[in-house]
Write a protein that binds this ligand. Structure first.
Ligand code: GUN
Length: 293
């Protein structure tokens, strides 16, 4: 069994990005600049956005954090997005999800200029991804594809089971894994809450991408030997022994599933850091695209 070290790999890629940023600066070009919009003060979102900002600084990007109150109106948030759309200094930006219930997430995402949509959530960019055109891939799927590529994990002809059909992870993952590409070229089964016999599906899988957000859901009896496990889950589970009061759990019961797996991502230190580094890669792409235009 080999652990896929997302933390280490993300550091390697950050070093590569930092070198590119140095070159950009040496040529006298504008420094890449990522902005993040954070609405309200959800604990997990705070942590994710703080990580994104910190990573920007590590590679030499500029970053801006726009904090808005949980009671902001949809109109006010749309106005903020239009400011970012029209600000030439900003290469790309994200609006951290989830948003408060009174705000229509789809409307917000559709207002972001697709050329600055480094999350790859805008329908124009989703459409380009589906058609295999160059675009911003959503950060988590992009990070997973990078892990499979850099660890040289064979995917062609394999049976990949994706658990969870979210817009952010499950659905794009199922599309990317089925494309005629490397990584990719899999036969894909997308499982979700209406799947009749999930265990029957996971037992047939060569590769499992667990993205349902249910801590320690996938157990050893649900997988076959030598399976490749990508664990996207990152749930906060109450733990009185921790200073923070919680511990992070993936969607996979790591201790038992790892004994049967050929490759497995840990939580934390697997998919999470790769998501952040993919966002940086997309920002670099947005910066380069703008230069050409
Ligand atoms: N919430 C959970 N994952 C993500 C992500 O990749 N981007 C944004 N904007 N919000 C998220």
């Amino acid at each position: 069994m080999q652990i896929i070290d997302g933390k280490g790999l993300s550091q390697t890629i950050k070093n590569e990005i930092a070198l590119k940023v140095k070159e950009i600066k040496n040529k006298g070009q504008k420094t890449p600049h990522l902005a993040a919009v954070l609405v309200g003060n959800d604990g997990a979102s705070e942590t994710y956005v703080a990580n994104k900002v910190k990573s920007c600084h590590e590679v030499g990007f500029k970053s801006s954090l726009i904090r808005l109150g949980a009671d902001i109106t949809e109109q006010e948030l749309l106005a903020e997005i239009n400011i970012l759309n029209n600000d030439d200094e900003i290469d790309g930006f994200i609006v951290q999800l989830p948003l408060p219930k009174h705000i229509n997430e789809q409307r917000i995402v559709q207002t972001i200029n697709p050329e600055k949509d480094v999350d790859g959530f805008h329908p124009v960019n989703v459409g380009k991804m589906v058609k295999g055109l160059p675009t911003f891939l959503p950060a988590t799927p992009f990070g997973i594809m990078t892990m499979l590529e850099r660890y040289k994990i064979e995917t062609q002809g394999k049976h990949c089971v994706v658990i969870g059909r979210s817009d952010i992870v499950g659905t794009p993952m199922s599309i990317l894994m089925s494309r005629k590409n490397n990584p990719g070229n899999c036969t894909v089964t997308l499982c979700h809450s209406a799947t009749k016999d999930l265990k029957k599906e996971t037992l047939r899988a060569d590769i499992i991408i667990a993205a349902l957000g249910y801590p320690e859901f996938l157990t050893a009896d649900m997988v076959k030997n030598d399976v490749v496990i990508i664990d996207v889950g990152i749930s906060r589970v109450k733990d009185e022994t921790k200073k923070s009061g919680y511990t992070l759990k993936g969607d996979v019961k790591f201790d038992e599933v790892s004994k049967k797996a050929s490759f497995i991502t840990p939580v934390p230190g697997g998919v999470g850091p790769m998501t952040v580094v993919s966002l940086l890669q997309n920002t670099l792409l947005a910066h380069a695209n703008k230069k050409i235009i």
